[in-house]
Design a protein around this ligand. Structure first.
Ligand code: GTQ
Length: 355
């Protein structure tokens, strides 16, 4: 072996010479905007999903204290949206919680308005704390209460306001990184600060999610017409599932927020679930290719992810990156909201799950 190594060093075909001539070749083709696939192929076509994003928890006690401080730093009007971005610690500075999703917590103080605008990105709100604030979407002014799930589909005009007397805080999740991946982002402002709303609170839920549909409605739409899926209507359904033992061993007693027109996801890019984890539940391991953002609506416990314990309680937010194996371990009966890019992956045929 020693002899062979010595002869290789003087051989014109030695490893050293080959690398040198390859490098010269790479430099030559780079001038023509070309590059060798074989140098990068393994990183591009991985045998399993690889992520730089990390599992993480944002404790509501910290989020609340710090965002209330932002109330003294900038007004909602000046900020346009007074939001603390929940930055994934694996990718700081990217304004992302997963590679495809943005998450933030928004604060509206009593008397404030966040002016009407619209954009290509779709948004959801999951209401955390404070009563008296509303989001107006497409002419419906929707009161936001703890656990409510509010839809702002792409290009839908929306404004927020708080005529009440408590600071209102909610989780925003938007598909901005997905839209920006396609470099397809538009946005615009309106002359008025607020929309004229001619649909009463709860109108879209009653109109479209009661087993009948306005006659002549198309049989399929790629987004839900419902603006607010109120927690007061969802929570009793979880109770029904629990009471009949319809409890998934990984997810608990879980509903998927559906488009009532065709049963599809609420939006093409983002889908959400609400799950009750009964007292004593020990979740079996689960993983899927959709990195998922969770918010705790009730209870407390922890989620095991790759041997790490993410402890959560009411209004805490946590993220599980793609293909990380996790198990939910509630300490008491708990309710978890979750949202991910699963509908987008399913539409593209790349979504997978496993244990
Ligand atoms: O409420 O319209 O967290 O446009 C980020 C961008 C919230 C909003 C965000 C937005 C909004």
């Amino acid at each position: 072996m020693a002899v062979a190594t010595a002869s290789q060093q003087t051989n014109p075909g030695s490893k050293h010479n080959i690398e040198g001539s390859r490098q010269a070749y790479y430099e030559k083709i780079a001038k023509f905007n070309m590059a060798p696939l074989w140098e990068v192929l393994k990183g591009l076509v991985t045998p399993e999903p690889k992520t730089k994003y990390l599992p993480a928890v944002w404790k509501f006690a910290d989020v609340k204290r710090l965002i209330l401080e932002a109330g003294g730093v900038i007004s909602a009007e000046e900020a346009e949206r007074r939001v603390l971005v929940l930055e994934n610690p694996g990718m700081p500075g990217k304004s992302r919680v997963t590679n495809s999703l943005f998450a933030g917590v928004q604060l509206i103080l009593p008397g404030e308005v966040a002016e009407v605008h619209r954009h290509s990105a779709s948004a959801i709100r999951f209401m955390l704390e404070g009563e008296g604030a509303y989001t107006a979407v497409e002419g419906e002014k929707s009161q936001m209460r703890h656990g409510d799930f509010i839809i702002t589909a792409n290009w839908a005009p929306h404004d927020h306001g708080n005529p009440g007397n408590q600071p209102a805080m909610w989780l925003d999740v938007l598909d901005m990184p997905t839209v920006n991946h396609f470099e397809a982002s538009f946005s615009e402002h309106f002359e008025d600060k607020m929309q004229k709303t001619n649909h009463e609170d709860g109108d879209s839920f009653e109109r479209f999610a009661s087993g009948v549909l306005p006659d002549g409605m198309p049989a399929t739409t790629n987004r839900t017409p419902v603006i607010n899926y109120p927690y007061s209507k969802m929570r009793p359904i979880l109770e029904r599932l629990k009471n009949t033992g319809d409890i998934d061993k990984r997810h608990g007693a879980r509903v998927r927020y559906a488009n009532p027109i065709n049963g599809g996801p609420v939006m093409p890019t983002m889908g959400a679930h609400l799950a009750l984890l009964p007292a004593g539940f020990k979740g079996e391991p689960y993983r899927s290719t959709d990195g998922t953002v969770f918010a705790c609506a009730e209870g407390h416990g922890y989620t095991l992810v790759d041997g790490e314990k993410l402890e959560w309680g009411v209004n805490d937010v946590f993220v599980i990156p793609p293909w990380k194996r996790y198990q939910h371990m509630p300490a008491v009966e708990s309710v978890l909201f979750s949202i991910s890019d699963r509908p987008a992956q399913e539409a593209l045929g790349i979504w997978r799950e496993g244990n």
